[in-house]
Design a protein around this ligand. Sequence first.
Ligand SMILES: Cc1ncc(C[n+]2csc(CCOP(=O)(O)OP(=O)(O)O)c2C)c(N)n1
Length: 591
Amino acid sequence: MLLYSMLHLSGYALSLDDIKNFRQMGSLTPGHPEFRHTPGVETTTGPLGQGFANAVGMAYAAKLLAQEFPEQAHLLDHRIYALAGDGDLMEGISAEAAQLAGHWGLGNLVVIYDSNGISIEGDTMLAWSEDAAARFRACGWHVQEIDGHDFDAIERAISAARDELSMPSIVIAKTRIAKGSPSKEGSADSHGAPLGADEVKKSKQNIGCSDEGFCVPARVYELFSERKKELEAVAREWSEKFNAALKGEAAAKWRAFFSAPDVKALTPKLPLFKAGEKVATRSAGGKMLEALFREMPNIVGGSADLGPSNKSFVKGYGESGKGKVGRNIHFGIREHAMGAIQNGIAYYGGFLPYSATFFVFVDYMRPPVRLAALAGLQAIYVYTHDSLFVGEDGPTHQPVEHLAAVRAIPNLTVLRPADAEETREAWLAALANTAGPTALLLTRQDIPVLDRAGADGVENLQRGAYIVHNPDKAPAIVILASGSEVHISVEAAKKLTAEGIPARVVSFPSWELFEKQDASYRDRVPGPAGTRRAVVETGLAMGWERYAGEGALCITMERFGESAPADRLAEKYGFTAANIVALVKKHLGRG
Ligand SMILES: Cc1ncc(C[n+]2csc(CCOP(=O)(O)OP(=O)(O)O)c2C)c(N)n1
């Protein structure tokens, strides 16, 4: 409500009626601010701590943008402000993000911490006795502590924070929740529940306001509108200076930063692979990134300390470090902050951010992935080591339920390419998806580039599923597979066909893209009703009945794996051509 009321007063298209409609169906004032829903809302917040880390991402983006445009840098010198509460600071993500902001020296970031010592259950002392100031000092922040009800102190502190350019600033403002309320001031009772008519009336009297409901005194509107006029002049002047300073090559570069990726132009720039070549899709993904860094000046990202494994670091384009930002970002071992900082970069605009880790650790960053999907941010996740075939690291590192879990997030496009060629297409799909995030699931192990002669072309990955192997006769079995299980399925299909059981293999990298196809395509690829089908995937069968039908043969993982070399695991858990052949025969009653 603080944000909504400030937007209303500042002249955004948010009326007093919108404010009265707080939290009502279809209103512009939903329970928590939602990006793209309410004018002036710059980030979707609500899950505590996310906004704090978003602000760190925005500050990173602002600093990097100025670095990328050195001639205009003197004009790209704005600050990023964030308001945070006790809840934000209690959440671990704020500690991760604060460490990074301090390390990077984000002097353009100013956090104002409403330190009222109250959360839902009562005094924060119930569960928190950390010295927040000491924490932020330890992380390399400029720390000020003030009385948050002293307007002069607030002004002085913000001014000092603005002047501090070598490190991020936090203003710890000691406040009283529900200040002025005769019986609720300083009490957890005021956190979420309405104060009640009588208490509101008395509170307003106490702070010198009219007790009329939803009343904004005319002099308040006047004050804001005068200030708006002054600031409009400042903005105009800035725009004129900026447009004058942005000439020639820099102007073209700026346009490239602030427009959607030109997928058509990028397509021929990405590397190709030959059928039969053995390539881990994580390595193919690394090659795509190298090409994209060359072609797209605004692609930025990095890993949570797994760069060499994720193949996500691109040499020669600068990197983050102590007191510096760069296009390659070292997030350290902080998946949660990584996801939310990535969101902050996406919110800021101008950059296309990616992040990388092992697929199993998506669990450590699920909240920001969900928020990217909700907010419709273009963010790309490079999740390598995507299956049981991680091998020796064992069950802690082998995803099982993760495919089902990421497929369950609305507006997240999940892509599990079957080979290096599909990896190129998957990257193109991610670049084309400007309406939400995309997860690329890539293998640790080498897998062959498929021979698609006589089958559908690899560009059909864009349709979510397509036929990679088709027998001459009508198929007796259609095998649906994704990622590294596709080539094993093709090998099995060839054997089955040779034995008189014509078998089709459908590479099924993306449920979400497949859902967007017309009904005739969706019917054609998995075969007409009555077709016998099998699913081969190193994840839960859960959900596959949608495409395979009830009663399909499922060669899937319904339990945790174990630590062993990948080929031994393939044998034991049945992901071999021989096992697929045997089980299909049995399933069809032909064994
Ligand atoms: C991740 C997460 N966990 C729990 C909540 C539920 N919740 C909303 S506000 C709140 C307490 C926040 O306290 P504080 O930041 O001090 O806010 P204040 O009471 O000062 O308004 C909690 C636990 C949430 N929004 N997000």
